[in-house]
Write a protein that binds this ligand. Structure first.
Ligand code: AR6
Length: 172
């Protein structure tokens, strides 16, 4: 059975050990998927986030999931896309890698990612898809881990098609 699966859906509805939030460096909420996660998790998520004192781009921090179906939320901060030559690929790669590392350290076995940086932060979707899957498969190759399922969850048809096409390269 394949550990990695690409799905269309709303990440806030996923019943997994952890969902990954595309946050900003304040960790105090925002629009997009971040806003949706905070709305569904309830105000206690923001209270816990306040104690974390922010998060640097490409790093990851963990909180409880509160009213979400997911037990935990891993908050990571993707790069704002400028021109692709300002370190964005490496930073985006590290978002996925660091989230998986933090998940492993917390005994998380099922995890769902959204397409970090592909909304407000403007990362071209095809390039973001390449980097996302490379990071996930590199992590699985290079680390002992207990993941049973890693979902890549895309919200709209266009993003789903792009990610699914790139995913085929990885031996679906
Ligand atoms: N489930 C799954 N994916 C979603 C959902 C959802 N419910 N809602 C949106 N997406 P974005 P970013 C997709 O803009 O680009 C926030 O204000 C969306 O279609 O949420 O990393 C933060 O606070 C897109 O493909 O995150 C930051 O300030 C992807 O999630 C900033 O936006 C990411 O879009 C971060 O920007």
């Amino acid at each position: 059975m394949n550990i990695v699966e690409v799905l269309k859906g709303d990440i806030t509805e996923f019943k997994v050990d952890a969902i990954v939030n595309a946050a900003n460096s304040t960790l105090l909420g925002g629009g997009g998927v971040d806003g949706a996660i905070h709305r569904k998790a309830g105000p206690l998520l923001l209270e816990e986030c306040k104690k974390l004192k922010g998060c640097k781009t490409s790093e990851a921090k963990i909180t409880k999931g509160y009213n979400l179906k997911a037990k935990f939320v891993i908050h990571t901060v993707g790069p704002v896309y400028k021109d692709g030559k300002s370190g964005e690929p490496e930073l985006l790669y590290r978002c996925y890698y660091n989230s998986l590392k933090l998940a492993s350290e917390n005994n998380i076995r099922t995890i769902a990612f959204c397409a970090i940086s592909t909304g407000v932060y403007g990362y071209p979707k095809k390039q973001a898809a390449d980097i996302s899957f490379k990071a996930i498969f590199d992590y699985l190759k290079n680390n002992d881990n207990d993941f049973s399922k890693i979902y890549m969850v895309l919200y709209d048809d266009e993003t789903f098609e792009i990610f699914n096409e790139v995913f085929k390269k990885y031996g679906k």
